[in-house]
Design a protein around this ligand. Structure first.
Ligand code: PLP
Length: 389
């Protein structure tokens, strides 16, 4: 059996070095906890980048995956499967949309949304926001509002514009006769947990309606209970024309979806778009089970309650630490803005048995599984208090 050092050495030798990894090998998890190969326990406030909303090793999802794997793992979209049809029904039931296109990642779901927007409207321009994150494919990395992700990959696809997040006037001015769609994250995640200003998303919705521009809401990170509602569109009471989801959809298993209303869905005709694995039976079975767990265990409501608790506890220690410049968030999507070195805090927390992540250079992001409990939150706050001292 390989030990941690051997695993890390193999990775360094054979895997393309595109990730700045933390120096631990994760072996297994349960609920909000994970263990490394050496048996050290961690409270996971990262959840695989806001993916493991229902917790690690959820027995219902594990069972659904085992059962499905014994029957049918893959067959392609050339045939029907009951798992895909059922999941599509379920997704339209819990969202404000009528139809689904299945993909395998957030970037692919956004790529599909951009293609559908152009196909449906016959227009080319896509407007997104500065500091946003929409994925790493060429179109989505171009929509992503930071040059650092796209600069080395020029020439980029044409027709993308960026405006400041939260600035409705700038958006109104940017819309032209050739604008197909606006794509916006409900809450900027990678950008540092930036909440939309009061009324902003509602204003985006009205503006898009008025100007006959499609409104694509990227809920890849905010979806499936993270913000205290099943979707952030419920939280902000908006009805986008399209919504993209991925991260938490499959309970950790990779699957993604583009959701749209009936009228816009018609923009895609047979042969217009496709993927070999999108909506494969294994991913669909995992997603059906995962949504069932979210609903049965009332996890969106728990995220709201625990998020309020978490933010209150953090506010209590904030007074002791000048390094904390702001605490913000909603539900279990929380950012602690630090005047200092975020990476160092991440390292120290890990040594103390808490996994967190630093995004936008100085924001400690907390996105734990929604099944985390108050004792675990207390422990995380205690560790942060110690580490910041
Ligand atoms: C993670 C993320 C993506 C990209 O998803 P991948 O599965 O990594 O391609 C897109 N949009 C948002 C808001 C994200 O957080």
């Amino acid at each position: 059996m390989l030990n941690s050092e051997e695993v890390i050495n193999l990775e360094k030798k054979f895997v393309m070095q595109t990730y700045n990894r933390q120096p631990i090998v994760i072996s297994h998890g349960k609920g909000a906890l994970v263990w490394d190969l050496d048996g050290k326990e961690y409270i996971d406030c990262f959840a695989g980048i806001a993916v493991n909303n229902i917790g690690h090793a959820n027995p219902k999802v594990a069972l659904a995956l085992c059962y499905q794997a014994q029957n049918l793992i893959h067959t392609s979209n050339i045939y029907y499967t009951k798992e895909q049809a059922q999941l599509a029904h379920e997704l339209t039931d819990i969202s404000r949309h009528d139809r689904v296109f299945f993909a395998n990642s957030g970037a692919e779901a956004n790529e599909a949304a951009i293609k559908l927007a152009r196909k449906f409207t016959g227009k080319s321009e896509i407007i997104s926001t500065i500091n946003s994150f929409h994925g790493r494919t060429l179109a989505t990395v171009t929509a992503t509002g930071s040059d650092k992700y796209s600069e080395p990959f020029k020439p980029l696809p044409q027709g993308f514009k960026h405006v400041p997040f939260g600035d409705i006037k700038a958006l109104a001015e940017a819309i032209s006769d050739d604008t197909a769609a606006v794509i916006i994250e409900a809450i900027q995640g990678e950008g540092g947990v930036i909440l939309p200003p009061e009324g902003y998303l509602k204003d985006v919705e009205s503006l898009c309606d008025q100007k006959d521009v499609l409104f694509i809401l990227d809920e890849v990170q905010t979806g499936f209970g993270r913000t205290g509602e099943m979707f952030a569109s419920d939280l902000y009471n908006i009805q986008p024309d399209m919504t993209t989801v991925a991260k938490a959809l499959g309970g950790g298993y990779p699957i993604a979806a583009l959701l749209a209303n009936e009228r816009i869905s018609k923009g895609f005709e047979i042969g217009d778009h496709g993927t070999t694995f999108g909506g494969n039976p294994l991913g669909c079975a995992a997603a059906i089970a995962s949504i069932e767990v979210l609903k049965d265990e009332n996890l969106p409501a728990k995220a709201k309650e625990l998020g309020d608790y978490f933010i209150d506890k953090l506010a209590e220690i904030a007074d002791n630490h000048q390094a904390i410049t702001q605490i913000r968030g909603i539900g279990l999507m929380i950012g602690i803005e630090i005047d200092g070195n975020g990476a160092e805090i991440v390292d120290k927390c890990r040594e103390e048995g808490v996994l967190v992540n630093c995004t936008a250079e100085n924001v400690i992001r907390l996105t734990p599984p929604l099944v985390i409990n108050k004792e675990q939150i207390d422990k995380v706050v205690e560790v942060l208090d110690k580490v910041l001292s």
